[in-house]
Design a protein around this ligand. Structure first.
Ligand SMILES: *Cc1c(COP(=O)(O)O)cnc(C)c1O
Length: 392
């Protein structure tokens, strides 16, 4: 009997992560698909040119390498279909443009990734689409903000930097009652730890640059949609013409295969370091939803099956100069944006500069940490040395 192309279907998440989107026997049995590079796709004759279109018609619209990643992420998301974008932000903007029209009102969480806010305030505003920011913690009370022209509710949970966990099922119920779609930036939860479509989301977005790629060596995004939302997404994605490069897509596929084991390790290390930080005198608050007693923990426990290595802390009030001395003294935590790779990172943030629906009321400076794959003891020692700088 010939081997099945889908041995992982219906199995555990890690098993599906290994098998989804792979068709070795389409490629002479090789485990991974080749990198198809190309623009033109030849038709054997005029009959095939005028008849039913073949699976691939032009490089921009799809290659077997691209299809492998679309199929893999789409299957992990439990989606009707998935498309790949050249960056996470590219996926976000394509997803919003797939549904929003001139005259629409869109509701966007106040804790949204800041470049998403920039897109809404500039491009959407120019297209005559009104963005209203809402309190990420309002849950089903969002009902009161839904207007007759509200096309979509945009969610991101936990929120960028400040880590608010949203009640997505309650928001989705209110939005759907009203005929609005729910979009979710699920970069933190990944397809592994937050089953967005299962929780009522219509369109789920991943900055695949982060954990899916996993090695800080490519920019990539993905958008998955349920049955109702899929045709418009596919059509707009094709209309925009923003296809990712074959090399990047391959890097995404390669990263995806080991994501479950990286995340498991980064979750454990992140929780260990977060709870250690909670015991430090210099730290006022630890914002890590997987930590018992932390903000959002109850909702996280109800809706998520895991956590990644990204969380934030608020320091007790201290001069900025000392915070900079701390950050400059760290040897293992690099200073840099992005996250989801194998390396540890730290970055200061201050959302009071740009939030509009809510107020950031922390008294001390805030830091976002990404815990990589280094030894936890070394990371703690690095942070301990850094925290000493706050006192001196
Ligand atoms: C990084 C990030 C993005 C954007 O991804 P890029 O690939 O850098 O464009 C979107 N959303 C969240 C939550 C992110 O952290």
């Amino acid at each position: 009997m010939a081997k099945s192309d889908k041995p992982g279907a219906g199995k555990g998440a890690a098993t599906r992560m290994v098998h989804a989107g792979r068709r070795p026997f389409d490629h002479h049995g090789f485990i991974n698909p080749p990198l198809y590079r190309g623009s033109t796709v030849l038709y054997p004759d005029t009959a095939s040119l005028t008849g039913k279109p073949p699976p691939y018609v032009y490089g921009r619209r799809g290659t077997p390498t691209m299809a492998a990643l679309e199929e893999a992420i789409g299957e992990l998301d439990g989606a009707a279909g998935c498309v790949i974008s050249p960056s996470g932000l590219g996926a976000i903007t394509a997803a919003i443009l797939a549904y929003a029209r001139a005259g629409d009102h869109v509701l966007v969480t106040d804790s949204v990734y800041r470049p998403t806010r920039h897109f809404c305030d500039s491009v959407l505003a120019r297209l005559g689409i009104e963005t209203e920011y809402y309190d990420p913690l309002m849950g089903g009370a969002i009902k009161a903000l839904l207007k007759p022209n509200t096309r979509l509710v945009y969610t991101e949970s936990p929120g960028s930097q400040t880590m608010e966990v949203q009640d997505i099922p309650a928001i989705a119920a209110a939005a759907h009652d009203h005929g609005a779609l729910v979009l979710c930036d699920n970069t933190w939860g990944t397809p592994l730890y937050f089953a967005a479509i299962g929780k009522g989301v219509d369109v789920v977005i991943h900055a695949a640059t982060k954990y899916i790629t996993g090695h800080s060596d490519a920019m990539l995004g993905a958008i998955s949609a349920n049955d109702a939302a899929w045709p418009a997404l596919r059509d707009t994605w094709q209309a925009l013409g923003n296809c990712a490069g074959t090399e990047e897509i391959y890097i995404g596929l390669r990263g995806l295969r080991t994501m479950a084991v990286r995340l498991e390790r980064q979750m454990a290390a992140g929780i260990e370091i977060a709870s250690w930080l909670r015991g430090r005198a210099e730290v006022a608050e630890v914002l890590h939803p997987a930590l018992a007693g932390a903000p959002g923990h109850e909702l996280w426990k109800r809706d998520f099956s895991g956590a990644c290595g990204l969380f934030s802390i608020v320091l007790k009030p201290v001069a900025q100069k000392k915070v900079h001395a701390m950050l400059d003294s760290l040897a293992l935590f690099g200073l840099g944006y992005s996250w989801g790779g194998y390396e540890s990172l730290i970055i200061p943030f201050d959302p009071s500069q740009y939030r509009t629906a809510t107020q950031w009321s922390a008294k001390g400076p805030a830091l976002r940490l990404h815990v990589g794959l280094e030894d936890v003891a070394d990371l703690k020692a690095d942070l301990a040395r850094g925290l000493e700088k706050l006192r001196s």
